[in-house]
Design a protein around this ligand. Structure first.
Ligand SMILES: NC(=O)c1ccc[n+]([C@@H]2O[C@H](COP(=O)([O-])OP(=O)(O)OC[C@H]3O[C@@H](n4cnc5c(N)ncnc54)[C@H](OP(=O)(O)O)[C@@H]3O)[C@@H](O)[C@H]2O)c1
Length: 325
């Protein structure tokens, strides 16, 4: 299948920016739809073959208009938190939007769809609204396969990279928490996968008929408990904290309390997702000859750079205060 132009929804985020970089290296034209062009333009408009378009991605007419002329569509939309608590926000962003994207593809005869899901996503057995709705959306995408669209989906464990919200977030939280760090779901196992490997597998499957109808799990080379990952984060930023693993009941209580903190740094839905191990049965990266990058080769560098930047900013504001005092 010839693929020269791709429409992307959710392409302005952490994964989307890396993927856009990778696809433009192949000279593929990208039309990235965003709900807020102004906020994202600095990150993407410098890429040579990218068109960043302000759009209401929940409006099918706009999807059709902007996907028109594309050979494929990539759906990367995902949210970890909703404003309410009944799952309707997750359903809107994951299931309803996927249904609209598929509808638009069918109407304007786009024959290729890459869909981003998550490990443990399951419409019936998912333990949280996030995992249930991600599972339902992934099933919907594959049902479109029966109507002539060639669909491939991806189910990563947690994804790491310079701008990730996993190691960077824990680094921030560790700095904010003096002495003791109470950690929910500390025993859950993860196999962090590098964002560059995720982008590579998207690139390779795009034109590969063998990948049609497949759901690829994506993992890094090693598994760790959450406690090990948080300890490692503390080591990388060179701070000492006593990590206190919380049992199931205390983890739930912590999540319930954080539900009411603005921005929900950890929610009951996150807790319900994080209770299950996020590890691959079969790592899809190997099917494409990709050797997964280990956290140890990347994370220390970008966390250290971040700490240096923070110290420099602190130093500058200290100088500024002394000058203006
Ligand atoms: N990061 C991970 O560790 C991880 C792990 C497993 C699976 N995944 C999946 O990978 C995908 C990409 O993750 P990411 O880390 O790149 O996420 P991200 O940085 O949060 O980006 C998410 C994108 O989704 C769009 N979006 C957010 N809420 C939306 C809504 N209500 N309606 C329409 N669009 C919305 C945003 O686009 P605009 O604001 O520009 O419109 C943004 O570009 C998601 O599907 C996620 O579930 C990620």
């Amino acid at each position: 299948m010839l693929i020269n132009k791709i429409g992307i929804v959710g392409g302005t985020g952490f994964v989307g920016r890396t993927l856009a970089n990778r696809l433009t290296q192949e000279g593929i034209e990208l039309r990235i739809l965003t709900r807020n062009r102004e906020r994202h333009k600095d990150n993407l408009i410098l890429l040579p073959t990218v068109e960043l378009i302000q759009a209401d991605v929940h409006d099918v007419d706009q999807l059709e208009k902007y996907f028109s002329g594309c050979d494929a569509v990539i759906n990367l939309v995902g949210i970890l938190n909703e404003s309410g608590r009944d799952g309707s926000g997750f359903r809107h962003a994951h299931v309803e939007l996927t249904r609209k994207i598929i509808g638009a593809c069918q109407h304007i005869h786009i024959k290729r769809l890459l869909h981003m899901s998550a490990l443990n996503a399951d419409a019936k057995l998912g333990t949280s609204h996030y995992l249930k709705t991600k599972g339902e959306a992934e099933d919907l995408a594959h049902q479109a396969g029966a109507q002539g669209i060639k669909v491939t989906s991806f189910r990563p464990s947690v994804i790491f990279g310079r701008e990730d919200s996993f190691f960077n977030r824990f680094a921030e939280l560790l700095k904010l928490t003096p002495l003791f760090f109470p950690l929910a779901c500390a025993r859950t196992r993860f196999a962090p996968v590098f964002v560059g490997d995720v982008a590579e597998v998207f690139m390779q499957t795009l034109r590969d008929p063998e990948s049609y109808g497949h759901r690829y799990e994506l993992c890094g080379p090693k598994t760790y408990t959450l406690e090990e990952l948080v300890r490692y984060t503390a080591e990388c930023i060179d701070i000492k904290r006593r990590i206190i693993p919380l049992n199931d009941i205390l983890s739930r209580i912590q999540a319930t309390m954080f539900d009411f903190v603005p921005g929900k740094p950890f929610s009951t839905d996150n807790f319900l997702s994080a209770r299950v191990d996020s590890v691959c049965k079969r790592n899809g990266l190997h099917d494409f000859g990709i050797t997964p990058v280990a956290i140890e080769t990347m994370v220390p560098q970008y966390l250290a750079r971040r700490s240096q930047r923070a110290r420099y900013n602190q130093f500058r504001s200290h100088i500024h205060r002394n000058h203006t005092a």
